[in-house]
Design a protein around this ligand. Sequence first.
Ligand code: NAP
Length: 284
Amino acid sequence: MAAIIDGKLVSAKIRGEIKEEAAAFAARNGRFPGLTVVRVGEDPASVVYVRNKMRACDEVGFVSETVVLPENASEEEVLNTVRKLNDDPKVDGLLVQLPLPRGLDAKKIVAAVKPGKDVDAFHSLDAGHLRLEDGNILPCTPSGIMAMLSYYGIDVFGKECVVIGRSDIVGKPMAALLLAADATVTVAHSKTQDLPSVTRRADILVSAVGRAKTVTADMVKPGAVVIDVGMNRDENGKLCGDVDFAAVSGVASFITPVPGGVGPMTVTMLVRNTMNAALNSEKE
Ligand code: NAP
């Protein structure tokens, strides 16, 4: 049976470290690091996600704030809010919660967040730093996965890694981080032919598709490490990942559950990025 990679456990350790760093930062600067989230409208999932982010910040002592704009806010109003927060020295980390209401250009609004404060690391400049391997504000979900692998002593050096999914938020940055750690990386997607033959090569398999039971036991090499990024609902409306957890657990050496695997790490790495942004600002 595969060992469980416990995202809550790894998160608790990292949040403990950040709490100490935040206290030391406050002793030097007379203020704690701050994260501000701009939420437009009342999308129920976004309300929950933002609340979780605020809680994670509270846990480590950060000053967190949610700026709520009405559903019918104009693009100019959102952009002006972002610009004001860009210029506020107490705001170390800033993000606009996605998805945005229809009619707002998410690309334009994300691009308005000041690079360096962009703790989601969605800005093209942050994507560039990732490519050049010279930044410390990294996309949250992939960097959370790297932190989990490291915690469990799973070395990626020289390993065959397959990432299913090529989104800008998960798949592509995941591949970049694995490559930076000297893995041999294959990225699969909806046009990949004979997906099982590709995934069976993987020592480490990361699935970021968004469809339940995408990864079945016959697609996994015995002893592989399986990381499930997917967040889906099964036929009973229960939260599940992309991986057939019960069957794949019988083949893999390590596996992340859903919930309790990658999810908690994503929020923790947002907190990590905010801490890094605050530390970077000290050096300016
Ligand atoms: P996305 O933008 O929809 O990308 C999905 C990717 O999967 C695409 O690259 C797509 O290929 C590929 N794909 C779709 N069907 C496929 C198939 N049958 N075989 C192989 N590849 C296939 O999604 P995302 O934003 O990356 O998110 C992926 C999942 O992770 C979702 O369930 C999301 O909710 C979850 N997620 C979880 C966290 C977390 O913290 N746990 C964070 C972010 C996302 P094409 O490019 O060819 O279309």
